[in-house]
Design a protein around this ligand. Structure first.
Ligand code: COA
Length: 293
C-alpha cells in the first residue's frame, strides 16, 4: 500500500462500537446508506456467519479506523461484504489492501470461492473487483410495486396465514435459483419469528408461500417459495395478487432477487418495477497445497 502508516488488522481486535461506526461512515455517501448500531452489527455477524477474525479493518495511527471489510464463511464458500473506506482516504490503495487481506484469509480457511454483491453503477468498486479477478456471475434485482399502480384482480385462490417454520421445511427444493447469501435459509433463521407467513393452497397442499415483514407502509417480501411440482406462473401470481389486495396502500418490495428466478416474469406482469440492480461477482480461489509448505 502507498501509505505504510495505515495498518490492516483483524476486525476482532477492535470494539463492536468501532466496527459499527466505521461501517456507517464508509457507507454514508452510498446509494443505500448502511447506518448500523453495534447491536444490529452483532445480529448481522451471527446471522450471516461473518468471521471477525478473518474480517479486516484499516487503522491509521492517531486517526482511528479508515476502512473495513467483512468475511463470512459457510462450508467452503466465502462471502465478502461491508467493504468501505472513509471518503477522505479513498484512492490511496486502502480498499485494495483490505480486499486482498480478506481473500488471503478466505484461502487460509480453505474456501473454494468468494462471492460478493455490488450495485451495477458502482464503478470504483467494480473496477477493484475485476482487477482482483472477480467475474460477474449473475444479476440481482430489487423489485417494487407502488400502491398507485392500483389493485390487482381478485385471484381464484387466496393466500392464508401460515406458520413460518412449516413453510420453510423444504427450502432448497422450493428455490430452484439459489437465493443470495442474505436470503439463504441460514441467514433467515434468526429472524423467522419476526416474519409473517402466507400460504397459497391448491387441493389442500401448499403450492406457494411468502414470508413478509411490515416496515411502515412497506411490505417487504422477504422470501417467496414455489413448490417443485408446480410453476411460478401458475401459483406465484395468485399469491402476490392476494397479498397486494390485503395490503392495498403498501409499497411492495422484493430485494435483490436473482434475475433468473422464475418469479421475475410474474413480478413484471403484475406491475412491479426494477428499482436497483446488483451484480453478484465470484472469485475462484486456488486449492490449498497439500502439506501446506
Ligand atoms: C469501493 C471502495 C471500497 C474502494 O476503496 P479505495 O480505497 O478508494 O480503493 P483503492 O484506492 O484501493 O483502489 C483500488 C482500485 O479500485 C478502483 N478504483 C478506486 N477508485 C476508483 C474510481 N473513482 N474510479 C474508478 N476506479 C476506481 C481502481 O481499480 C483502483 O485500482 P488502481 O488504483 O490500481 O487503479 C471505496 O470507493 C468505497 O468505500 N466506496 C463506498 C462504499 C462502497 O461502494 N463499497 C463497495 C460496496 S460493494
Amino acid at each position: 500500500m502507498s501509505h505504510p502508516e495505515v495498518q490492516i488488522i483483524p476486525a476482532n481486535a477492535v470494539s463492536w462500537d468501532m466496527l459499527a461506526h466505521i461501517l456507517s461512515r464508509g457507507y454514508a455517501d452510498y446509494p443505500e446508506p448502511a447506518s448500523v448500531t453495534s447491536l444490529q452489527l452483532r445480529q448481522m455477524v451471527a446471522a450471516w456467519d461473518i468471521d471477525l477474525s478473518g474480517s479486516a479493518v484499516a487503522l491509521r495511527e492517531g486517526e482511528g479506523l479508515v476502512g473495513i471489510g467483512l468475511l463470512a464463511l459457510r462450508g467452503r464458500r466465502a462471502w465478502i461484504s461491508g467493504l468501505a473506506v472513509v471518503p477522505e482516504w479513498r484512492h490511496r490503495g486502502v480498499g485494495r489492501a483490505i480486499l486482498n487481506r480478506l481473500i488471503h484469509e478466505a484461502r487460509e480457511r480453505d474456501a473454494a470461492h468468494a462471492i460478493l454483491e455490488v450495485l451495477i453503477d458502482n464503478e470504483p468498486a467494480i473496477a477493484l473487483y475485476k482487477s482482483t479477478g472477480f467475474r460477474i456471475r449473475r444479476e440481482l434485482l430489487t423489485w417494487e410495486r407502488h400502491p398507485e399502480e392500483g389493485p390487482l384482480p381478485v385471484p381464484p385462490l387466496r393466500a392464508e396465514r401460515s406458520a413460518v417454520t412449516f413453510l420453510v421445511q423444504d427450502f432448497d427444493a422450493w428455490h430452484p435459483e439459489p437465493p443470495r447469501w442474505q436470503r439463504e435459509l441460514r441467514s433467515l433463521r434468526p429472524f423467522l419469528k419476526s416474519l409473517d407467513g402466507w400460504a397459497l393452497r391448491e387441493g389442500g397442499q401448499v403450492a406457494a408461500y411468502a414470508l413478509t415483514f411490515e416496515r411502515g407502509d412497506e411490505l417487504d417480501l422477504v422470501d417467496v417459495g414455489i413448490a417443485p411440482w408446480t410453476t411460478a406462473r401458475a401459483v406465484a401470481r395468485p399469491l402476490l395478487q392476494s397479498l397486494q389486495l390485503l395490503h392495498m396502500d403498501y409499497l411492495l418490495t422484493l430485494r435483490y432477487l436473482p434475475a433468473g428466478d422464475p418469479l421475475s416474469p410474474v413480478l413484471a406482469a403484475l406491475g412491479f418495477h426494477v428499482r436497483r440492480r446488483q451484480y453478484e461477482m465470484r472469485l475462484e480461489l486456488a486449492p490449498q497445497r497439500a502439506g501446506g509448505a
